[in-house]
Design a protein around this ligand. Sequence first.
Ligand SMILES: [Zn+2]
Length: 298
Amino acid sequence: MDTVLGKTDKLGRTLMHEHLTIDLSAKKDADANLNDDEAMIEDMETLKAHGIDTIVDVTNLGMGRDIARMIAISERSGINVVAATGFYKTTFFPKMVYEKNVEELSTFMINEIVNGIDKTEIKARIIGEIGTSQDAFTNEEKKVFQAAAYAHKITGVPITTHTTLGKLGLKQIELFEKNGVDLEKVIIGHVDLNPDIDYYFKVLEKGCYIGFDTIGKNSYQPDTLRASNLCKLIERGYASRIVLSLDITRKSQLKKYGGYGRSYILESFVPMLLRNGINQKDIDMMMIENPRRVFGGR
Ligand SMILES: [Zn+2]
């Protein structure tokens, strides 16, 4: 198959936490179902025109992952898409998470990494997004994290996490440490939803990456705060441990539906960083070098 999907050797400028076909609507909240592929292709084409080469699609089983649509969106827009394996968090887990043990769940992930997803040749190149609930790390979530740790140790692929409102990242790290995960292959996601900058430093001191990956979600945290916190982190020498993304999960966030669209990151957010004194070299580090390093490239 002639597809750009799944290349990790030439990532280029990369958004590390996105979704092309997510469906968290539970059949009630129609906005939380990204099912307008034409709108998505437009969004990807605009991104491409702004110089984004790759998106990492962290949609997994139970979240509406749809490999056939992912391939079509990638091929039609020319965006390289990296696929993921894993299970999201409690209330969104497929039955399998409750029925199978750690070893069986890790075998499932390893199969998607080594052989391909849903009988296609598209292989998962990252485990994620695997998550914790807001104030609880449930037993099923711990099971998924243990399975992810094992699959990571066998395959060497990185792990990217979901923290609800940026919380419990340190608990996630604790479990990874106990299970022998290489923390330099871990991205703790959504930390930019947590306003506590000391927490960022505690996570970073462990050696993992953090995701400033909800850029544009001003109702949670204003982007002006994201920008000033990024300045402080970069001043302390952490540019090499931060990755950027928007985590668009709703139709209303796309331009076709009146939203800001993913290109917002280059149209508005990066210019804001430059105005705040962050230089282009650091922006390229976060958007090009760090993704390449996470996926094992030099
Ligand atoms: Zn998430």
